[in-house]
Design a binder for this molecule. Structure first.
Ligand code: DUR
Length: 293
């Protein structure tokens, strides 16, 4: 029988009709896996692009917080790791990939009966008017028209979900200074696009019908809307967590300043150093929340 632990408000009423819900892309079943036992203690769901990075983050959480580590990865789509009360899951690149895993993870935490869970995207991004390596905590995710909306076609109609993130959680995160505090942490809006090249006004894609001036004109408009970084998943995290009334945050490190360049030319060492920064920030936050700070 299906776990009777549904507690999140606003979730799909049809779910009650299923004796078994197969979470196909992450490889769990509400009837065959004891989700409350496996995941009932989860308080933080951390998400980022690649399985390899989420594995590293989960290993660091486990080491630093001295909590048990488990690799729950089943298939090849998404990596899933647990470090005590922290679930680390990869979401791939872009809104469709992030949306699929978020639907399943929101149902997972619901079936597991997780209480007061927060979702945090820890990612990479392009910066606007800030030095590479800056960590940006998102206020709201904006679409390409600079609206704070996540739009999706459903039954042939466009539906809109708001993408304002929790101010309280963002402030809480920013107030926890990581031990390796040799970088800036700023707040700003995040432009969330459906493409890395033309969608982010790059001049170096396989196709480009606009000029440098057009690119700069758009990026300046973006900057004037309070945008400090550009990535491809924040709107889904914000939109779906708002719909589920789950508190969420987006914490991303900039890999370049898009007002200066388009190509990411960091060395392997620079990249892994920058990629550790969202981790340092969230480790400080989680440590404080768990009373280990
Ligand atoms: N990303 C961007 N734009 C950048 C740098 C990083 O979208 O300029 C993020 C989002 C996406 C992945 O998941 O990293 C693309 O490299």
């Amino acid at each position: 029988m299906m776990n009777n632990n549904n507690h999140l408000v606003n979730l799909n009423p049809h779910l009650k009709k299923y004796d078994e819900d197969t979470l196909f892309h992450i490889g769990f079943s509400s009837a065959q896996d004891n989700l409350p036992e496996m995941f009932g203690d989860v308080k933080f769901v951390c998400m980022g692009g690649t399985a390899g990075r989420m594995r590293k983050y989960s290993e660091a959480f486990s080491r630093e917080l001295e909590v048990e580590w488990t690799d729950y990865t089943k298939g090849e789509r998404y990596g899933i790791f647990k470090a005590g009360p922290i679930l680390c899951i990869s979401h791939g690149i872009g809104k469709p990939s992030a949306s699929i895993v978020l639907h399943e993870v929101i149902k997972l935490v619901n079936y597991a009966g997780c209480q007061d869970v927060v979702f945090i995207r820890m990612g990479t991004c392009g910066g606007i008017n800030c030095e590479a390596g800056t960590v940006v905590v998102t206020n709201k995710a904006l679409d390409e028209m600079l609206k704070p909306e996540y739009n999706l076609h459903v039954l042939g109609k466009l539906i809109t979900r708001p993408t304002q993130l929790s101010q309280e959680l963002a402030e809480d995160i920013i107030s926890c200074k990581p031990s390796s505090n040799n970088f800036s942490i700023i707040r700003g809006n995040t432009l969330c696009t459906s493409d890395f090249f033309e969608g982010q006004a790059r001049l170096d894609g396989a196709f480009c019908h606009y000029e440098e001036e057009d690119k700069m004109e758009y990026l300046k408009k973006v900057r004037d809307a309070g945008v400090r970084n550009i990535e491809m998943e924040s709107a889904v995290v914000a939109g779906l967590c708002n719909a589920a009334q789950i508190k969420a945050a987006v914490v991303c490190v900039t890999l370049l300043d898009r007002l200066k360049t388009d190509q990411i030319t960091l060395t392997h060492d620079q990249l892994s150093n920058y990629e550790k920064r969202p981790m340092d920030v969230i480790l400080a936050y989680v440590s404080k929340k768990l009373g280990k700070g």
